[in-house]
Design a protein around this ligand. Structure first.
Ligand code: LLP
Length: 427
């Protein structure tokens, strides 16, 4: 359920005509709906009612400060994967005691910053990281709470680039060695291992792999307790998928309610605080990328709809062959004739393609379209490739909207660069 729909033949974001935002900020831009963000967070959190939980929004999905503040105000914590993300979460007012730090390659500087900030938990993913964290915390005379991220060797059956819970993936510590590593962790100064964490992948469309991984986690918690450890937290990661193919009639992934029921059944009696790290399911369908058609070009074998947005703005189609539904901002007539077209960006590589042979309604130069489900892993993965400005981000609530990140212009980009002295005044 989202709040992007047609009213009187025009696409609206909540109570705002998308056309008004186009007129105010130009294209391309990302647009997020507050009501959708809040609804998704609430549905997810409500699905776990009865459990002692902390929902730590995986801000890698969308780290805009206004988005973070919207979620933080509802009680969400944050799952961060760099000290940069930690700084952003803190700046948006998410308290340190609701922040979890994940990631395979946290540097000494990042661990040190996390210890200084006094965050709730660091999810440690390797033995060298355990040793490093122990040394850093003891040198500061501090004690940090850690969970050990285990790799349960479960196939999440999702895209290979976003599968994280197989033994050949770089993440976590092999679950078979977890007891040994946990005992070692418990003997180290400066750290208190209190729980286990896992995250098996993203955009999962089936509850089975989740259930299998969580059951393995429950068994491990019981073993660790029988080894004499006090285990009071289990972090189940994120990964619940969202419908991307609604326009093509694909059956939707499990709902948060179905996911919550399964979580309660598997870990409900463990006596642990249950932490979750959803990203996409909160933000994915809460955002659109709005773009304009620059040209429509008829090639010898296909029609190309060339947009002013490109792979640098939304890389998911090029990188993961991801499907994003496309809605014209002006609602197509009921009897509109759809014809197949390739929807592409202007960047100089063929991979800059959003959709191949997609049935599209009639579109002309200057018409605007919106990519749906672009709120997660959209703006955060954008780049300056081809010296293209970073597009603005707009947040809507009711009938109001605000630019929450302005366009980052080419002049901003160039301001980060400098000429070495031997080139100054040459030529
Ligand atoms: N926790 C950890 C440790 C993670 O690595 C991730 C995502 C999440 C939570 C959140 O997963 P989610 O609920 O959003 O599925 N760029 C890719 C997705 C990468 C996901 C990486 N890790 C995409 O555009 O599909």
């Amino acid at each position: 359920m989202d709040h992007f729909s047609y009213k009187n033949g025009e696409l609206y974001a909540e109570g705002v005509p998308v056309r008004d935002i186009i007129d105010a900020v130009g294209t391309p831009f990302y647009c997020y709906s507050t009501a959708t963000i809040q609804r998704h967070y609430k549905v997810f959190a409500d699905s776990l009612e009865g459990l002692d939980t902390l929902v730590c929004y995986a801000m890698k999905a969308n780290g805009n400060l206004a988005v973070l503040k919207t979620l933080g105000d509802m009680g969400a914590g944050a799952d961060v994967v760099s000290s940069g993300e930690m700084d952003r979460a803190l700046a948006a007012g998410i308290p340190a005691d609701r922040i979890v730090f994940s990631g395979v390659g946290k540097t000494a500087e990042e661990l040190s910053a996390a210890v200084d900030a006094g965050i709730m938990q660091i999810n440690v993913e390797s033995e060298p990281e355990l040793e490093a964290l122990s040394a850093i915390a003891s040198a500061k005379d501090r004690h940090v709470t850690v969970s050990i991220r285990v790799n349960p060797d479960v196939d999440a059956k999702t895209h290979e680039k976003i599968t994280t819970g197989k033994s050949e993936n770089k993440f976590g510590i092999d679950i078979g060695r977890a007891r040994e590593v946990f005992s070692h962790a418990a003997s180290l100064p400066g750290i208190s291992p209190v729980g286990i964490a896992m995250h098996i992948g993203s955009q999962l469309r089936d509850l089975k792999p989740f259930r299998e991984a969580y059951e393995n986690g429950v068994t491990l918690v019981e073993q660790l307790r029988s080894d004499g450890h006090t285990i009071d937290r289990i972090d189940l990661g994120g990964g619940l998928g969202i419908p991307y193919f609604e326009d093509e009639g694909e059956s939707p992934p499990p709902s948060p309610e179905e996911y919550g029921t399964m979580v309660k059944a598997v870990v409900g009696n463990l006596g642990c605080k249950v932490m979750l790290e959803p990203g996409r399911v909160i933000m994915g369908n809460a955002g659109i990328l709005v773009s304009k058609v620059v040209y429509v070009k008829q090639g010898p074998s296909r029609r190309f709809i060339i947009l002013d947005a490109a792979m640098n703005d939304l890389i998911r189609p090029s990188f993961y062959n991801a499907h994003h539904a496309i809605m014209p901002v002006a609602e197509p007539a009921v009897d509109a004739a759809y014809e197949e077209a390739d929807v592409v960006g202007p960047i100089c590589e063929s991979g800059d393609t959003f959709a191949k042979q997609r049935p599209m309604p009639p579109l002309n130069d200057g018409d605007a379209i919106a990519f749906k489900s672009a709120g997660a892993y959209g703006a955060v993965m954008s780049s300056f490739y081809n010296a293209r400005p970073l597009v603005p981000e707009v947040l809507v609530t009711g009938d109001k909207f605000a630019v929450v990140r302005r366009r980052i212009e080419v002049s901003d980009m160039m301001a980060f660069e400098s000429m070495p002295d031997w080139l100054e005044g040459s030529g």
